[in-house]
Write a protein that binds this ligand. Sequence first.
Ligand code: VGL
Ligand code: ZN
Length: 199
Amino acid sequence: MIKFPKDSALVVVDMLYDFIDGSMACLEADKAVRNTLSVIDSLTSASPEGEEYIGSIYPILFVRDHHPADHCSFAAQGGPWPPHCVQGTRGADIHEDLAPYASEDLSFFKGEDKSLEQYSGFEGKNAAGQSLSEVLELLEIHKVIVCGIATEYCVRNTAEDLMKAGFEVSVLKDCLAYVDARGHEEALEAMQEEGITLI
Ligand code: VGL
Ligand code: ZN
């Protein structure tokens, strides 16, 4: 079981159907979802003696790619990707096993501006317009544990931005899925060299 210090939060990046079984299905996505659930279960049961908690005692923040249908990252607009995570479609939904842990306050949307590629969840915004980084500060979080999809893109960019902002960042290496195995390995190495811990 992974033990988190008390000023920690878990950030789950883009565990959305299009990256799991949809238009951009990533390698090891099912495993990443299963392992993320086990980590969440271990957090949920890590409550102090005698006390009952509903849900995790650590905040769990969800990052969500959330594109308009004509987003610049799609091939039809000259971008590198097939259409994915289009607002209002199943592909943009959080995996059903994880969705019960996602609250509105702690769900951060990115990629909504059609002319902007936004791999990082750092500036993602919740329904109240607060950014992920703002909410982490409000919650007095200093240590962020990151998992999700895809290692080379949104996970890496989110982890790096958090580190640059002064958070202590760890990445759960068994809770990642990726576009390309080699790209995944290279991203892990690069993150480690930058001071991100792999656990
Ligand atoms: C992502 C490519 C395009 C990701 C999002 O979540 O890593 N990758 N949009
Ligand atoms: Zn995207």
